[in-house]
Design a protein around this ligand. Structure first.
Ligand code: HEM
Length: 183
């Protein structure tokens, strides 16, 4: 997992809970680098899971809620990787439907060693978008948070639901205020 995912995680924890919690988290978690991540370096994704698990222990907040909150925080930071590419999308449905075919393809060009999931559009109409998430890493709730961060970016009110299937997760987005997507 790219260092950018770790550096932003520590940034969120510091902004919201303070530097002391970051310190405690690093002390409590067995990290190959002692918490010294570089943005472009690559690290074991299990370290992020351990950090979230220990933050859950330190704060009492549910593990999946922490991953969702982090995804929401991370989305605008990821957009900064390639703002030109991102400017072609005008709604969350449009963007999420293009994660696999456009966005992560560009990410892979920039970071050839990036470990990315697969998203397949299963269903799409004006009110609902359903995608399947497949990855050997368990980050469906991170995806949930990224989608909420994306909806925030477009000022949309979107509800996200996750359904666990055998080898993948179904993620459903729906407009929660009755307003439909422009496309
Ligand atoms: C709502 C839109 C998006 C969703 C749902 C999404 C989903 C995900 C998920 C779930 C992961 C974790 C890896 C895994 O599960 O296997 C991931 C990783 C990543 N995504 Fe996306 N993503 C979105 C948008 C973006 C955007 C806009 C960018 C940048 C332009 C981006 C760049 C990355 C990068 C750099 C990683 C880390 C890869 C690594 O650590 O090796 N994503 N994405």
């Amino acid at each position: 997992m790219k260092g950018i995912v770790f550096t932003n995680f520590f940034e969120m924890v510091e902004e919201r809970l303070g530097f002391e919690i970051v310190d405690q988290l690093i002390e409590k978690t067995e990290l190959a680098t002692d918490g010294a991540y570089t943005t472009i370096g690559t690290y074991d994704h299990k370290e992020l899971l351990s950090l979230v698990g220990n933050l859950h222990q330190l704060t009492g907040a549910p593990f999946n809620d922490l991953l969702v909150a982090y995804g929401q925080y991370l989305f605008p930071k990821l957009m900064l990787i390639d703002p030109d590419m991102m400017s072609q999308f005008n709604s969350s449905f449009e963007l999420v439907a293009a994660v696999d075919s456009i966005i992560h393809v560009e990410v892979k060009k920039l970071y050839p060693d990036a470990e990315l999931p697969q998203f397949e559009v299963i269903n799409r109409n004006k009110n609902e978008l359903q995608v399947s998430y497949t990855s050997c890493r368990p980050f469906a709730y991170l995806a949930n948070g990224l989608i909420l961060g994306c909806a925030e970016h477009y000022n949309e009110d979107i509800a996200v639901e996750i359904e666990h299937a055998e080898a993948h997760c179904l993620i459903s987005l729906s407009h929660s205020n009755g307003i439909t997507s422009p496309c």
